[in-house]
Design a protein around this ligand. Sequence first.
Ligand SMILES: Nc1ncnc2c1ncn2[C@@H]1O[C@H](COP(=O)(O)OP(=O)(O)OP(=O)(O)O)[C@@H](O)[C@H]1O
Ligand SMILES: [Mg+2]
Length: 219
Amino acid sequence: MDKPEEIRGQTSALPSPTAAISAWQPGQVIDGQYEVKKLLGKGAMGEVHLVYHRLWKVQLAVKAPLPKIMASEKTAERFLREARLWINMGKHPNIVTAWYVKKIAGLLRIFVEYVNGWDLKTYLRGGMIADLAQALDIAIQITSGMRYAHEQCQLVHRDLKSSNILMSQEGEAKVTDFGLAKAIDAADIVEDEVRSPISTPQRQRVPKDHRRQSTSASG
Ligand SMILES: Nc1ncnc2c1ncn2[C@@H]1O[C@H](COP(=O)(O)OP(=O)(O)OP(=O)(O)O)[C@@H](O)[C@H]1O
Ligand SMILES: [Mg+2]
């Protein structure tokens, strides 16, 4: 499947950091193309919706970053850069495929593979792992996805945790949210800089970037 709609970020007319994410309602059709099915959930990065892509005839998950990430050109560009690195990873069975970024109503949104299931955190809390063999199988799948990320894509995840592992109903484990934690960190730094010129612990916690920067944007 091609990735025809990825755009280069236009970061003019940035929303205010306190603005609400423009809410999509089930039943709405966005851009004449995306049928909004439901809100999948909200996380530190923003909202995630399930949509049906009329042209591709598939369901996709759409992540809308928090307005604070889009509030400065610098952090918006960083989000776009991180998203492109994820898109450029291509397909692997243990990684959620990121298809493209699109600006809709002034907000960048990232369109990714929809995983019909649960995240691993819910899985663990619900006691959905039957035995050691299944636990090991999940661990091996996660390792396989991370190995692909490190060895083939030279990418470090930076926020690997159970809520960022999605489990399909067929028992596949897929790692998601590559690099997006970095965009959130960057947004927090901007807020700190506005508040105080003194270095804060929050700023000091931001880890070094160990990634090799990709020179190409996805097409
Ligand atoms: N590709 C996807 N397919 C299906 N559900 C998804 C997908 N991506 C995210 N979700 C669901 O949407 C919800 C919000 O996800 P999000 O990544 O924003 O936050 P989180 O991972 O739960 O928390 P955090 O922001 O701390 O990482 C979660 O319930 C998650 O399982
Ligand atoms: Mg997440």
